[in-house]
Write a protein that binds this ligand. Structure first.
Ligand SMILES: [Zn+2]
Ligand SMILES: [Zn+2]
Length: 91
């Protein structure tokens, strides 16, 4: 199990790195598209597939989500089509 330290995560590939949250579908690469949820303050951007985004980040269970280091997250979303959330859904 990965251990969190403040806003760092210990990644087996990248050592200590800032983490962000991705949904299972992005983590398992079963999604082809993803929405970027821009992080506030010192938080990193999180990524959700369109289905999870439609459900709403606050309606997702902890088991739907994975904390991954930002380098791994970038690799995961690299091949996916990325969307910015519509303005009225930000904030
Ligand atoms: Zn998802
Ligand atoms: Zn990593």
């Amino acid at each position: 199990m990965k251990k969190r330290y403040d806003n760092l995560i210990q990644c087996s590939d990248h050592k200590w790195a800032p983490f962000c949250i991705v949904c299972n579908h992005i983590f398992n690469a079963t999604a082809k598209e993803c929405f970027r949820l821009s992080g506030e303050g010192s938080r990193q951007d999180d990524w959700l597939c369109p289905d999870c985004f439609r459900k709403g980040p606050h309606n997702l269970k902890e088991t739907d989500l994975h904390a991954v280091c930002i380098h791994c997250a970038r690799k995961l979303v690299n091949e996916m089509t990325k969307y910015e959330p519509p303005d009225d859904l930000k904030a």
